[in-house]
Design a protein around this ligand. Structure first.
Ligand code: ADP
Length: 377
C-alpha cells in the first residue's frame, strides 16, 4: 500500500530558515500528485522529508499507514529520481539499474528478469551495455527511471526529473512518464516549478508558496476555482488579469462599470464599499468596437500573433480603473500605474495596434478576492 499522508509537516533548517510550514496532505495509493511552486517554496525539502533524506522538524509523515519519521531512507521502500539522474559513470546501464538489487542480495535470475522488464518498458534494451557518457540526456533520464522501477517500490519520488532536458524532449518524456504511471499504477510524487508539467501530469496538484500549501486540487479545479490570489496568478499563462474593484450593492464596480459578479461563497459577501480584486482570465475578455455600452474603454498596446489564438495587450483609458501588476497584487493597492489587460482572441479577429477598443469581461467567469488576505470571496 503506497498511500502517503502528511500531518502538520514542517521544516526549520539549522540557522532558523523555515522551509516548510505545517503541511497537511493525503496522497491516495496509486495516485500521481505534483508539487509545484516557484523556486525556494519548499517543495524539494518536503519531498526529501518524505524520502527520509531530510529530518522532519514538526508533524508526521506516514507511508502505507505507518509513521516513518524515524525510519532511515533505505527502509522506507520508496525510490527517488533526481534532476541530475545521479548515475554511476563507471558502470554500464545494466549495472546502474541492477545496483540496488545486488545490494539487497536478490537472486541473480530475479535481478536479470527485473532489469529486462524495466529495459523493455523504458525502451532501453539496446543500450544496456553502454556507459552513461554514451547516452543522450533523455536516455539517461530513462536509466534513472529504470533504476527506480526495478526496486518495485511503494512510491516514486521524482525531483524535477525533466528539468535538464530541452523543450521538445521534455514534452516527449512527460508523456512517457504519464504512460508509465498508468501502466505501473505506483504512487508518484513529481516535483516541478513548471506549471504546464504540473497541470498535464498530476491527477492532483499541490501548489506551494513560501513553505505553505496554497491549494491541493485537480488541475481543472486549480484553473477554474483558484482558492486565492497566489494560485490564481501562478496557474495559467498568460496570467489571470487582476483588477482593483469595489463591492457595490448588486455587483462589483470597476471604473465606470458595474458587473454582476457573484461571490463563490455567499456567506463571505462583503459590505458595500469594500475594496475587492476582480480576476478575469484572458479568454474571458472580449473586445468590441470603441464606445460599446457596459465595457472598459482601452487602447491596444501590443498584439502578439500566435496561431490559433493570439494575445492582445490593451491599456484601460479610464483614469479610475487599474489593472494590478505582480508587485501590487499582494495587498491589492500599490503605487504602480497599472499594467495592460491581456485578452486571448482568435487569430483571425484581432484589433490593430494603437486602436481604441472596448473590453467586455464575462462576469459569469470572473473571480473575486479579498485584497488583504488574498483568499477567494
Ligand atoms: P524548492 O525546491 O521549492 O526550490 P527548497 O525546498 O529547495 O525549495 O528550499 C526551501 C527553502 O529552504 C529555501 O529558502 C532554501 O534556501 C532553504 N534551504 C534549502 N535547503 C537548505 C539547507 N540545506 N540549509 C538551509 N536552508 C535550506
Amino acid at each position: 500500500m503506497g498511500a502517503i499522508s502528511l500531518k502538520g509537516v514542517g521544516k526549520v533548517y539549522d540557522g532558523g530558515i523555515t522551509a516548510v510550514r505545517a503541511v497537511d496532505l493525503q496522497i491516495g495509493d496509486g495516485e500521481f500528485v505534483v508539487f509545484v511552486g516557484p523556486s525556494g517554496c519548499g517543495k524539494s525539502t518536503l519531498l526529501r522529508m518524505i524520502a527520509g533524506l531530510e529530518a522532519i522538524t514538526t508533524g508526521e509523515v506516514q507511508i502505507g499507514g505507518k509513521r516513518v519519521n524515524e525510519l532511515p531512507a533505505r527502509d522506507r521502500d520508496i525510490a527517488m529520481v533526481f534532476q541530475s539522474y545521479a548515475l554511476y559513470p563507471q558502470m554500464t546501464v545494466r549495472e546502474n539499474i541492477s545496483f540496488a538489487l545486488e545490494l539487497r542480495n536478490l537472486p541473480k535470475s530475479e535481478i536479470v528478469a527485473r532489469v529486462d522488464e524495466a529495459a523493455r518498458i523504458l525502451d532501453l534494451a539496446g543500450l544496456l551495455d553502454r556507459k552513461p557518457a554514451q547516452l543522450s540526456g533523455g536516455q539517461r533520464q530513462r536509466v534513472a527511471m529504470g533504476r527506480a522501477i526495478v526496486r518495485h517500490p511503494k512510491a516514486f519520488l521524482l525531483d524535477e526529473p525533466l528539468s535538464n532536458l530541452d523543450a521538445k524532449l521534455r514534452v516527449q518524456l512527460r508523456a512517457e512518464l504519464g504512460r508509465l504511471h498508468e501502466r505501473l499504477g505506483v504512487t508518484t510524487i513529481h516535483v516541478t516549478h513548471d506549471q504546464v508539467e504540473a497541470m498535464t501530469l498530476g491527477s492532483r496538484v499541490a501548489v506551494f508558496s513560501e513553505g505553505r500549501l496554497m491549494q491541493y486540487d485537480t488541475p481543472r479545479a486549480l484553473y477554474h476555482s483558484p482558492a486565492n490570489l497566489f494560485v490564481a496568478s501562478f496557474i495559467g499563462s498568460p496570467a489571470m488579469n487582476l483588477i482593483a474593484a469595489i463591492w457595490a450593492d448588486g455587483g462589483v464596480r470597476i471604473g465606470p462599470l458595474l458587473l454582476d459578479v457573484r461571490p463563490r461563497d455567499k456567506a463571505r459577501t462583503p459590505g458595500p464599499g469594500t475594496p475587492v480584486i476582480l480576476g478575469v482570465r484572458p479568454e474571458h475578455l472580449r473586445w468590441l468596437p470603441p464606445g460599446s455600452d457596459g465595457t472598459i474603454p482601452a487602447r491596444v498596446e501590443l498584439v502578439e500573433r500566435l496561431e490559433p489564438e493570439s494575445y492582445v495587450m490593451a491599456m484601460p483609458t479610464c483614469s479610475d480603473l487599474r489593472v494590478l501588476g505582480p508587485e501590487d497584487t499582494a495587498a491589492g493597492s500599490g503605487s504602480g500605474k497599472g499594467v495592460p489587460l491581456i485578452l486571448r482572441c482568435p487569430a483571425d479577429e484581432l484589433p490593430t495596434p494603437k486602436a481604441e477598443i472596448s473590453v467586455l469581461p464575462d462576469p459569469g467567469r470572473a473571480h473575486l478576492f479579498d485584497p488583504f488576505s488574498g483568499e477567494v470571496i
